[in-house]
Design a protein around this ligand. Structure first.
Ligand SMILES: NC(=O)c1ccc[n+]([C@@H]2O[C@H](COP(=O)([O-])OP(=O)(O)OC[C@H]3O[C@@H](n4cnc5c(N)ncnc54)[C@H](O)[C@@H]3O)[C@@H](O)[C@H]2O)c1
Ligand SMILES: [Zn+2]
Ligand SMILES: [Zn+2]
Length: 395
């Protein structure tokens, strides 16, 4: 089959590899029909190379049709249409039963002391072959796959794998009281979907911050008050306070993560880590700070005293400097983590199956490309060229 494989920093290729097969009675094989490229994939493309091997298959936002199931998989059968969550979780351990599927104790990666295994996401998360491929082996398929109805296009459902539950959790963790203001940093797919969900769930005002003109435009077209950070040169906090009775928003969502614009030292460290041999680079990632923290620091600065910062952008450093005095003094609540995908599906399914498409998921993607175009797709998504906002590959 054809699959998108990592070959190095800024080097993904479409390789021909053996088809996957059932290995465990809890596995399923799906034929992938749509597969998203995510901001998290850009971290693999740019920063996290030391945790990948050449040939690792990428992708964690797939949906498709069941081809084959193992003996213990009973809730889906060949021919069913399914979306596959990016976290691989068992559904019956202590963490899964608490709704913390991203911490699943059955699939935690003990070698790295990390949470649940993820599809297509480095040795830190189990080095499981991913879903930007014609076929995918789905581990823990007795629990993970989400059955969706026939009829509507894939674009209706594919975001249940990651974008929708991640944005939903970001808003849930932000804990915005009805009618109050939330600010979202980063208007990529996750941040922009979080603005839509915050509106849907009753936030009074939604402010969005980014620096890409098309992304600012896209958010403002549905009622988000947008700010372009490049227009403020350090004065963003004052501008936001001016808009919010001098206090700042009650909640801030950071949907930017470790590759934030405006952090030259972090950028240098990331570039350096990318040039070093893997073993040394891993030491640098694990023992030093390699994150570009400008968005996180902005979130802590912008939020109202006593407010909440909800972090869905991914970070990875170990000694990232944090403004502890400020955080303590302002009495900030900080919540974060990988999305617990299955936890939010019951909330989301009614919205994506509603004929009126309240979150407007159809039309969310800007590009639908054949899998052969994956190298081009990664490049335009990273550079934000050609209006690339969300790319779905069609294997
Ligand atoms: N928690 C989870 O489970 C989860 C799931 C999916 C993605 N993520 C993470 O969410 C983040 C966003 O993902 P995405 O798919 O939307 O990707 P993306 O890279 O397209 O989005 C990031 C956006 O932030 C903007 N940005 C950069 N620096 C900024 C700054 N200093 N201030 C404001 N905006 C800034 C960029 O222009 C871009 O639009 C990534 O870190 C990704 O890894 C987390
Ligand atoms: Zn993703
Ligand atoms: Zn579990």
């Amino acid at each position: 089959m054809k699959a998108v494989a990592w070959h190095g920093t800024h080097d993904v290729r479409v390789d021909t590899v053996p088809d996957p097969g059932i290995e465990q009675p809890t596995d399923a094989i799906i034929r992938v029909t749509s597969s998203g490229i995510c901001g998290s994939d850009l971290h693999l493309y740019e920063v996290l190379g030391p945790y990948l091997d050449e040939g690792d298959i990428l992708g964690h936002e797939p949906m498709g049709v069941v081809e084959e199931v193992g003996a213990e998989v009973t809730h889906i059968k060949p021919g069913d249409r399914v979306v596959i969550p990016f976290n691989i979780s068992c559904g019956h351990c202590y963490m899964c039963s608490k709704g913390l599927q991203s911490q699943c104790e059955t699939t935690q990666v003990h070698d790295h002391g990390t949470g649940a295994s993820l599809l297509g996401y480095t040795k830190l998360y189990g080095q499981v072959p991913g879903g930007q491929a014609e076929f995918l082996r789905v581990p823990q398929a007795h629990y993970g796959p989400i059955k969706v109805p026939e009829g509507p296009p894939d674009d209706r459902f594919v975001y249940l794998s990651d974008v929708l539950p991640t944005a939903w959790q970001a808003v849930e963790y932000a804990d915005v009281p009805e009618g109050e203001t939330v600010l979202v940093l980063g208007l990529g797919p996750i941040g922009e979907m979080a603005t839509r969900i915050a509106q849907q769930r009753g936030a009074g005002r939604v402010i969005g911050v980014d620096l890409v003109p098309e992304r600012l435009q896209r958010a403002s077209s549905h009622g988000v008050e947008t700010l372009d950070i490049t227009a403020y040169d350090g004065e963003l906090p004052a501008a936001v306070r001016d808009m919010t009775d001098g206090r700042g928003p009650i909640a801030v969502i950071d949907a930017v993560g470790m590759e934030a614009h405006g952090a030259p030292i972090g950028k240098l460290a990331q570039r350096l880590a990318g040039m070093l041999p893997d073993a040394i680079a891993r030491q640098m990632v694990e023992k030093a700070g390699i994150d570009r923290l400008s968005a996180l620091h902005a979130a802590l600065e912008l939020v109202q005293r006593g407010g909440t910062v909800s972090l869905s952008g991914v970070y990875g450093g170990a000694i990232d400097p944090m403004p502890m005095m400020h955080m303590f003094d302002k009495q900030i609540t900080l919540r974060m983590g990988q999305a617990n995908v299955k936890r939010w599906i019951d909330d989301l399914l009614p919205l994506v199956t509603d004929d009126s498409d309240p979150l407007r998921v159809e039309g969310f993607a800007t590009h639908h490309l054949p899998i052969e175009d994956a190298p081009h797709a990664y490049e335009i998504f990273q550079k934000k060229d050609d209006g690339a906002f969300k790319v779905l590959l069609r294997p």
